[in-house]
Design a protein around this ligand. Structure first.
Ligand code: MG
Ligand code: MG
Length: 267
């Protein structure tokens, strides 16, 4: 059965949503495994292997591997790195703020989710940045209901980020998701209430606030992937894949145990 399309945006059937929920559970399993494994001295490449193994063991495929030439199964973005960091031999150090982004394809359907965790001794300010970015994701999800508009999501995230004086990343945004990792519409972390495309049942989107302790401006490193803050300030990123279902926002990239992932972990 072909996917229904409404104003260029795919509307998923119950069956399609179920495939995405399976993909989301697999992403969540990989995230739980990563949160358990991360510690001082582990390399981001080791984390990548753990995630890939978990995803493939569950019968899924890592969404990011080979996507536009991306070499790895996950993105690992440390400290001033915002998103799209490439796993390497770099080892996690005491005090690192690590954002990990995971995607999986199951039966042809993607889910995409990210979390940030502080390792060892991090400052109260850094801890608060991580907690607030996580809250911003929840606020964005809460505002994504049937008949809400894309601008309502961005507005609530922006309002929350502004209240806490964070740099809100504008150049990278959330997105529709389904058979493709990135679909229409774009879901910015800023916007105006009542503006943009209206959300409707069966639309699935990834919401992903990125907050910085300094400027909102970004740069891309010479590896052509890693996005960093222009002023070197610390950044945090949280993301979930959701679907509008029965007029409500339902998280697909979820498992009960995922709620136990802390924002800071001692070695
Ligand atoms: Mg992602
Ligand atoms: Mg995404």
């Amino acid at each position: 059965m072909s996917t229904e399309i409404h104003n260029g945006i795919t509307i998923k059937s119950e069956n399609e949503i179920n495939q995405m929920r399976e993909a989301g559970k697999i992403v969540a399993m990989a995230q739980i495994a990563l949160a358990n494994a991360i510690r001082i001295g582990i390399s981001t490449l080791e984390l990548d292997k753990i995630a890939e193994k978990e995803i493939r063991t569950q019968g899924a495929i890592p969404s990011f591997k080979g996507y536009m030439g991306f070499p790895s199964s996950i993105c690992t973005s440390i400290n001033n790195e915002i998103v799209h960091g490439i796993p390497s031999k770099r080892k996690i150090k005491n005090g690192d703020i690590v954002s990990i982004d995971v995607g999986a394809i199951y039966n042809g359907y993607h889910s995409d989710s990210a979390f940030t965790i502080g390792i060892g001794d991090i400052s109260d300010k850094e801890k608060k940045l991580i907690a607030d970015t996580k809250t911003a994701l929840q606020i964005g999800i809460n505002s994504a209901k049937n008949s809400a508009r894309v601008g309502d999501i961005g507005f609530t995230i922006q309002q929350y980020g502004d209240q806490h004086n964070y740099g809100i990343v504008k150049q990278y945004v959330g997105h529709g998701i389904g058979r493709n990792l990135h679909e229409e519409p774009q879901i910015p972390n800023y916007g105006n209430q009542g503006k943009g495309i209206q959300l409707k049942n069966g639309m699935s989107i990834a919401i992903e606030p990125m907050f910085n302790l300094g400027t909102w401006e970004t740069q891309v490193l010479d590896d052509e992937w890693t996005v960093v803050t222009a002023d070197g300030s610390i950044s945090a990123h949280f993301e979930d894949t959701i679907v509008i279902h029965n007029n409500n926002a339902q998280i697909l990239s979820e498992l009960p145990e995922k709620k136990n992932i802390p924002i800071q972990k001692n070695n």
